[in-house]
Design a protein around this ligand. Structure first.
Ligand code: ADP
Ligand code: MG
Length: 416
């Protein structure tokens, strides 16, 4: 078990053929993953997610900064010395080895052996099929066999130990890859889009299995995915990466509800947040093409002193709903409908400003393309972003009247 810390880590790859500039992937990245945490890493393709894991695994070395596993700086250690295990999207199993040997591969590599030990280990393996009295026993090999059996039981691979990878289904291969990672009881698991080669149904099952396994083992885990559902459901926290920089780090709900900038607002959540240009009319009111729109909740306060400022207003699709025609609701025309069974995603064009917005509707509402509708905005749903795309700070909740200020309890003598 260990905390993982990236301290000011940069990575530049040498210039690609024909180019003269190095490819800068990560820039002075700071990121701390707590001991036992399941951290999900997301970001657009090419933003450096795999590079980040490979740096920690020791498959690449940083151009600057340091990576710590627990208190140990690891960037100069060989991969085998780092106490981390990686699971790849492509499984990366050894095709010529059995499932059992794939799982135990890391165990056999973990410590150099003397020539005598090597001989004994080989004899143990060679005489294993023989009758018990004739077998030659190596304690090390016996311990490895026990560990492989434990791992196989955990991952339901018991009946498959003698098979080769080509005799396995995709899901079974992925479990063997997981088995190889957990066999060594590493301090850190690294998983790089491990489910993206599985079909949708198998993915759901394996997703639950990985979460369960991580919870049971309590091993610090960095998990890369581009799947929204995996990102929202698997981890304790999500780190969003873009352009070599960390955009936001927080719980899935924090990121969904309070994105720190427009990039996160658009990246987290499917379908993404609706964005429309607005102007501040007064605290509590925005203007959209001359129409006054109400803002309630913490964002209403954040508008204080910003009269006349142009902002980007964000609304999640669930903060808009089809509603009766009133002079408060926005008139719009339906331009596209996706009926998903449990809900409908309705794309509407606002009459004010012609902006397109996505609205969640219940499956029983009848909506057709070209229909005129009215949209009601949840006034507490507004999220607001300034010119550079940075979210307006959320005012701190004022202390409730009459409630004493809660301070952390300090026990024992305070030593200064
Ligand atoms: P992600 O996993 O987020 O899709 P990667 O970490 O694989 O992104 O890659 C980040 C960037 O680094 C990409 O632009 C990629 O082309 C580049 N890159 C990755 N590996 C190398 C390499 N060995 N040499 C040069 N450029 C590389
Ligand atoms: Mg990748």
């Amino acid at each position: 078990m260990a905390e993982v810390r990236f301290h000011q880590v940069s990575k530049a790859y040498p210039p690609l053929r024909g180019g003269d500039r190095p490819v800068e992937v990560l820039q002075r990245l700071d990121l701390a993953v707590a001991d036992g945490e399941f951290l999900v890493l997301v970001g657009p393709s090419g933003c450096g997610k795999s590079t980040l894991l490979r740096l920690l695994a020791g498959l690449e070395s940083p151009s600057g900064g340091e990576i710590y596993v627990g208190d140990r700086p690891v960037s100069r250690l060989r991969p085998a010395e780092r106490d981390v295990a990686m699971v790849f999207q492509s499984y990366a199993l050894y095709p010529h080895l059995s499932v059992a040997d794939n799982i135990s591969f890391g165990l056999r590599r973990s410590r150099p052996r003397t020539a005598t030990e090597q001989l004994l280990d080989s004899l143990h393996r060679a005489t294993r099929p023989w009758p018990a009295p004739l077998r030659i026993r190596s304690d090390r090999e016996a311990a490895i066999e026990r560990r492989v059996a434990e791992v196989a039981t955990t991952l339901e691979l018991d009946g498959l130990l003698e098979r080769r990878p080509k005799e396995l289904s995709g899901g079974q291969k992925q479990r063997v890859a997981l088995g190889r990672a957990i066999a060594r009881k590493p301090a850190v698991f690294l998983m790089d889009e491990p489910l993206s080669n599985l079909d949708a149904k198998l993915r759901t099952g394996t997703r639950a299995q990985i979460v369960e396994l991580q919870r049971r083992l309590g091993t610090t885990t960095l998990y890369v995915t581009h799947d929204q559902v995996e990102a929202m459901t698997m981890g304790h926290r999500i780190a969003v990466l873009n352009g070599g920089r960390l955009q936001q780090l927080g719980t899935p709900l924090e990121l969904y509800q309070w994105p720190a900038n427009l990039f996160v607002a658009q990246f987290i959540g499917s379908p993404p947040m609706n964005l429309i240009p607005v102007t501040v009319a007064s605290p509590g009111q925005l203007l959209l093409e001359g129409r006054r729109l109400l803002v309630e909740g913490p964002m209403a306060e954040a508008l204080g002193g910003r009269q006349g400022q142009a902002l980007t207003g964000g609304l999640r699709p669930e903060h808009l709903k089809l509603a009766p025609a009133t002079n408060r609701n926005l008139a719009a025309e339906v331009s596209h409908v996706e009926a998903l069974g449990n809900e409908q995603l309705v794309t509407c064009r606002l009459l004010e400003g012609s902006h397109l917005v996505l609205v969640r509707a219940t499956p029983d509402q009848s909506v057709t393309v070209g229909q005129s509708v009215h949209l009601e905005i949840d006034p507490s749903g507004w999220r607001l972003f300034e010119g550079e795309g940075v979210a307006l700070p959320r005012p701190k909740r004022p202390l409730e009247k009459g409630k004493p200020l809660e301070l952390p309890q300090i026990q024992g003598d305070l030593q200064v």
